[in-house]
Design a protein around this ligand. Sequence first.
Ligand code: C2E
Ligand code: CA
Ligand code: CA
Length: 561
Amino acid sequence: MQTENKIHRKVLVVDDEIVNRRLLGFIVSRDYDVLYAENGIQALEEIKSHADTLSLILLDLLMPEMDGYELLDILTHDEELRRIPVIVLTSEKSAEVQALQHGAVDFIPKPYDLPEVILARVQRSIQLAEDNILIHENERDTLTGLYTKGFFFQYARQHDKYYPDIPMDAVTININRFHLVNELHGRAYGDNILQSVAALIQEFAKNTGGLACRCDSDQFDFYLPHVENPAAVIQEFSEKFRKMTNPTKITVRIGIYQNADSGIEIEERFDRANIACSHLRNSYQTAFALYDTQLHEKELYHEKLITEMDKALSEKQFQVYYQPKYDITGNTPVLTSAEALIRWIHPQDGMISPGVFISLFERNGLIQKLDRFVWKEAAAQIRLWKEKYQKTIPVSVNVSRIDIYDPMLKQELDEILENNQLTASELLLEITESAYTENSRQIIETVSRLRESGFRIEMDDFGSGYSSLNMLTALPIDALKLDMQFVRRMTEDSKAFKMVELILDIAKFLNVPVVAEGVETEEQYQLLKKAGCEIIQGYYFSRPVPAEEFEKLIQKEESTC
Ligand code: C2E
Ligand code: CA
Ligand code: CA
């Protein structure tokens, strides 16, 4: 492979003496394509016409017309040509240093050494020059000219080493809704925006002695000496940015970890800036957030929960609670099913709500383990009640978006059913609407397969996402769970109530029942009943409760039948 490469590399031999040209050319032509020139002027012509492909120049110093030094000077001052390494040929010891000072990379003394020595020097110089180009290419992001992520972190570490006493801020800058910018205005415009942000950051970096990189498509990291009043600086930044991007009203969000602790890894310092940034929503204004002790405590707490999860599972700190769903189509509400909701009863911290840990565990995949635990518990509970009360109370379990991508999902659910001698229709599956909009094709495939084997699927939090009506008709679902926010706003806000009516209409059209969640008051209950909602879940009937308490609801139902 290597010799093959060498054959195509070009080397220019420049010497006014024909014997020298022949001799060198003969040696070098073993591994390279050789070009020849008799003096500096001829050489320059050859170099220019092979500027892209020439790998090395072997240059005699003493020549008529234009000597080697003059040529070296021209080359080193030319943006494009200075990349070509030059080895000088000389019989004078004193000329060697002078040639190196003029930009030569190496020298070969006359009379010539063994051919192998010459070839080795040629090869090494070419290799070094090419490595150098490669490094330079990888060092900078081609679109913006900022550092690439890897080099940025490396230089930031170096900076810390040289200037350990300068307090630094780690800053991360994200463009809001950048994917929309690309979609609405085209990629070229999007690139333009990225270049504008980069130019502003670069200017700032220059003035403050900071470093910056583009670390992701629309995200920039910036490491700079501590700024006392970031609000003023950001104000200036966003005004300049607004002028550049008018009239598109593109904004950025900025996370800042001030006086970044140099005792922790540089990547982690930027993670903290990112944590601060992630607390800012995509807004229509440029906004910034500082990483502070509160965020830090939250981060530590999350870390603690992650570390403790396994132990908590084995120590049975997790408990499944059940919240009833009532059919309200008749005169009196009838208990139809339940939703299984996880609770963490922590030995020190007390009851931790799923709102605290579900999204955390979703981000790192731990949710899968937890979900399987809930499914197993729920299935065993259905079985138990079935034996005790001679009827099935179907329980719905939440299926996280990551579960959907698990190729083993159906098999695992089947196993759970089999172990508890249940059929698929007894364990209901809730999938949140936003999962459908994220990757609708995959979801539709997975859900269709589950339904084919008898599972029933409820679309959770319906109305909070953006599923289009078109998509809805194509979706394989068995019930819509109306998002709680509509129920909450419905009594005060007529628009919210209209939305509820609309969703009920859609559901009728799709021929699926609607479950209204979060129903707390008589008023909400009556309104929903009148609008034609079939099933209700909420504090109005019962909070989620432990299995033993849920049994009391079953018993009450039994006694009224
Ligand atoms: P969700 O699936 O939408 O569950 C309904 C949430 O509404 C539950 O909150 C429930 O306690 C609460 N809720 C029910 N009725 C009322 C009411 O009348 N008023 C109010 N204010 N709230 C009501 P919870 O148990 O805190 O769970 C929050 C979310 O955590 C759930 O939302 C679900 O997305 C997730 N979650 C809970 N358990 C699990 C689980 O085992 N696996 C997965 N993947 N997610 C779970
Ligand atoms: Ca749910
Ligand atoms: Ca829900």
